[in-house]
Design a protein around this ligand. Structure first.
Ligand code: FAD
Length: 440
């Protein structure tokens, strides 16, 4: 047996707190968002309780691509050097293909790649382990507590103010304990109990809105042709069979590849098969992929599906994408429905919202001010991505755009810029800019 790597080992989270203890802030969920929020709070000396249902080491169903936006937080939290010491795939570009087989490669900005700020792909088990381990260290150093294998089973409120939680030790049927704090951050992902309380029970909104929700399916494979090496392109393919969703190949280094598919819930009804079966068809029969998978092997037990709550703007709604606060509570990451509706990236927005929420707790603000700051920071990008997602649902437009882009370096440069900078993304708002770039 090879020796286990450190991210395959348990994390010691120390003793559990006394029942009914009080904290400055309770953070529900120890994914990237919760780990970041807890760390930023602890760095400022706050006494935090971080509660996570899973037990480390734990897997998270994902495409495993970590963009440049995430890396600045990974640096700020002091995890970058350790992350870089573990195996990963350095992303230098993104390949897009359209249903008729046209293909374009969009390089990531060279300066970002050179400064190691462009993007990686690495298994979430590894990435999340590093962030949770760091959060554990910072929280305990600053007088707080961390609980894993502990499920939040109830969120308490007095009037309209959220005041604390009930947890089940070892799972929802385990021994119950209560904890209290003036602030609670909901970072429990798609099934976050704090989101259920704020969005469903208090605001009376639906948690799952079919046109703003995506199904995702992931498998790990070894030996897919064209995915060798430890740096290069990740691939997004709008292939017949899966469109209007897409099929991805994200190499992880060492010949291992994350292979997956995603499709908006509301569009899934038109398909007769589930994503798993659609993906199996593409791998076995699609002319562009069957050769590449001919000698490849799927790693047993890795085929799993999960949901992506998109941050696409909801028509006519004041709180975008949905209400992310109550008195004494804030939602972040997937719990606040912040996944990019075009790329499916959610880790970056979980980290960004984790930092914003921690700041609001430290400054004792929150409320609509939090929602506004969140949407100011993420809204323009999420709105553009929603437009791109809608464009990509039109097969002829995809075919036309990818063919045009494959022949015009200026379009490739525009796409590189768009990935890198917010200003360039705003150009997409200008129809004239788009028409000029595409046609001339
Ligand atoms: C198939 C698929 C592919 C994806 N690909 C990518 C990609 O390539 N790149 C990217 O950036 N994003 C991707 N995403 C999105 C990304 O996974 C999420 O946006 C991201 O994980 C959000 O982080 P988070 O911290 O908000 O939530 P999560 O990572 O979901 O973490 C939530 C945590 O809360 C815990 N929890 C839940 N309920 C409770 C409870 N009751 N009590 C205590 N703890 C609880 C969970 O165990 C979990 O650890 C993908 C998602 C899917 C499903």
């Amino acid at each position: 047996m090879p020796e286990a790597e450190f991210w395959e080992l348990p994390i010691n989270t120390g003793p559990i707190p006394e029942p009914d203890s009080e904290f400055d802030c309770i953070v529900v969920g120890g994914g990237p968002g919760g780990s970041a929020a807890a760390s930023y709070l602890a760095i400022q000396g706050k006494k935090v309780l971080l509660v996570e249902k899973g037990v480390w080491p734990r897997d998270k169903i994902c495409g495993d691509a970590v963009g440049g936006k995430s890396l600045s937080h990974v640096s700020a939290l002091g995890v970058k050097a350790r992350l870089e010491s573990t195996p990963h795939f350095r992303v230098t570009g993104i390949v897009f293909s359209s249903p008729n087989g046209s293909e374009v490669t969009v390089p990531l900005p060279e300066e970002d790649v050179a400064r190691l700020e462009a993007g990686y792909s690495l298994p979430r088990q590894q990435f999340d382990w590093l962030l949770f381990d760091r959060a554990t260290e910072l929280v305990i150093e600053n007088g707080g507590s961390v609980m894993q294998g502990t499920t939040v089973t109830e969120v308490y409120s007095e009037g309209d103010k959220i005041t604390g939680i009930q947890v089940g030790i070892g799972g929802k049927r385990g021994e119950k304990m209560n904890f209290y704090a003036p602030w609670t951050i909901g970072a429990g992902g798609d099934r976050c109990p704090v989101a259920r309380k704020i969005v469903k029970e208090m605001a009376g909104q639906e948690l799952i809105e079919k046109m703003h929700y995506c199904g995702g399916y992931r498998e790990y494979w070894d030996g897919v042709k064209g995915c060798e090496g430890d740096s290069g392109n990740i691939e997004i393919h709008f292939v017949e069979g899966i469109i209007p969703g897409y099929f991805w190949l994200f190499p992880l280094g060492g010949g291992k590849v994350n292979v997956g598919s995603g499709l908006v819930f509301g569009l899934m009804d038109k398909k007769k098969k589930k994503l798993k079966a659609l993906q199996a068809d593409v791998i076995a029969n699609h002319p562009a992929f069957k050769e590449r998978f001919a000698d490849a092997k799927m790693i047993k037990g890795t085929g799993k599906g999960w949901q992506l709550p998109f941050g696409s703007p909801r028509k006519g709604r004041k709180n975008q994408p949905r209400k992310a606060y109550a008195s004494g509570a804030l939602l972040i990451g997937d719990a606040a429905s912040l996944v990019d509706p075009f790329s499916g990236e959610g880790v970056g927005n979980a980290l960004v919202s984790g930092e914003i929420a921690a700041r609001h707790v430290i400054e004792n603000k929150g409320g609509q001010e939090y929602q506004d700051e969140l949407w100011n920071a993420l809204g323009p990008e999420l709105s553009n991505s929603f437009k791109m997602q809608k464009m990509s649902q039109r097969k002829w437009l995809l075919n036309w755009f990818v063919k045009k882009a494959s022949k015009k370096p200026v379009i490739q440069e525009m796409m590189t810029e768009m990935i890198a900078s917010k200003e360039a993304q705003e150009n997409l708002h200008s129809k004239w800019f788009l028409v000029k770039t595409l046609l001339f």
